[in-house]
Design a protein around this ligand. Structure first.
Ligand SMILES: NC(=O)c1ccc[n+]([C@@H]2O[C@H](COP(=O)([O-])OP(=O)(O)OC[C@H]3O[C@@H](n4cnc5c(N)ncnc54)[C@H](OP(=O)(O)O)[C@@H]3O)[C@@H](O)[C@H]2O)c1
Length: 299
């Protein structure tokens, strides 16, 4: 297949590029750092510096849309919120325009979202039918999804990837958490009741490949492992995995003071279940957190 990917240089994108190259697909990655694409995504991967380079006669069989400015890294000022939205929603809208213009439309669009779609839901288990939340992150996800959905009216199969916390040995949130945990400075966040819907990168990639190839599947999918945990459980399991205690608590008030509104990403959460992937018969290699952490940490 000829595949166009946005966000191909990212944590998830790089793992996906590797798996897609192994399947023999021809990849093009849209990137603001086009010159680095062969190094980051593979020598045979083509770079596209702007969607304006996608001419109407150029043909892609599939589009995978993951680009988005990092959500935890910077304070959510109005300007930062605009960057978070534009890098996802405006880019997806532009992608849809290119798809509409293409003489040969892709058969499938796999487009990003996150479990933040559901807002703060500590005590309930969520499936893909569950209601959207109302905070900034929830609106960001819902608007990102809504920008992709109109592709279905163009005859494109659309899958929305409601991504949980991806566990990888290549960085991401787990990569940042590891150092303090290794120095026995790991801490539960606030009350620790908030849900953490995690997923091992290998299972995530396998789910994306399934959605790419299975013509029966469309709509929203919780891209998470079947056993989400609370933040207190995650803290305990990670401490156990690195063989160090985690006796501290990062008080919610302190996190809110230090991080502002984006502290919701740490202090609030959800327990999203991959109900639709399980119904499709998908088998997880790492359904339980201890095995996933062990695999990521090479234990
Ligand atoms: N990793 C997770 O645990 C997780 C969880 C939930 C949702 N997600 C979502 O899934 C997507 C991929 O995640 P990831 O962890 O692979 O992200 P990542 O490592 O931060 O990579 C994000 C990608 O987005 C592009 N990007 C960054 N800032 C941009 C901007 N201002 N404008 C346009 N493009 C920009 C970058 O591409 P270039 O620099 O090449 O242009 C990069 O490849 C993201 O949208 C993320 O929000 C991830």
């Amino acid at each position: 297949m000829k595949i166009l990917m946005t966000g191909g240089t990212g944590l998830i994108g790089r793992a996906l590029c590797k798996a897609l190259r192994a399947e023999g697909h021809q990849l093009t990655v849209l990137s603001r750092q086009a010159a680095l694409v062969p190094e980051m995504c593979g020598k045979t991967v083509q770079a596209m510096a702007s969607l304006d380079e996608w001419h109407s006669t150029q043909h892609f069989d599939a589009v995978i849309n993951l680009a988005g400015a990092p959500i935890v890294d910077a304070v959510w000022t109005p300007a930062r919120k605009q960057i978070l939205r534009d890098s996802r929603i405006a880019l997806t809208e532009k992608l849809l325009q290119r798809i509409a213009d293409a003489a040969h439309k892709p058969a499938v669009l796999l487009s990003g979202s996150a479990v933040g779609y559901y807002g703060n839901r500590p005590d309930v288990e969520l499936d893909e039918q569950s209601e959207a939340g109302a905070d900034f992150a929830a609106h960001l996800c819902a608007d990102w999804e809504n920008a992709a959905v109109p592709a279905s009216a163009l005859g494109v199969r659309v899958c929305l990837l409601r991504t949980g916390l991806v566990l990888s040995d290549q960085g991401g949130l787990l990569g940042r958490m590891l150092l303090p945990f290794k120095f026995a400075l790991g801490a539960r966040l606030g009350a620790g009741r908030q849900g953490m819907s995690w997923v091992h990168i290998d299972d995530y990639v396998a789910m994306v490949l399934r959605l790419l190839h299975d013509e029966q599947l469309s709509g929203a999918f919780n891209m998470t492992a079947p056993h989400p945990v609370s933040n207190a459980e995650f803290t305990g399991q990670l401490a156990h995995a690195v063989g160090r205690p985690a006796i501290f608590v990062a008080p919610g008030r302190l996190l809110k003071w230090a991080m502002g509104e984006r502290a919701v990403l740490l202090l609030e959460g959800q327990r999203a279940l991959p109900v639709r992937m399980l119904a499709a018969g998908f088998k997880f290699t790492y359904p339980e957190l201890p095995d996933a952490l062990g695999a990521v940490l090479g234990k």
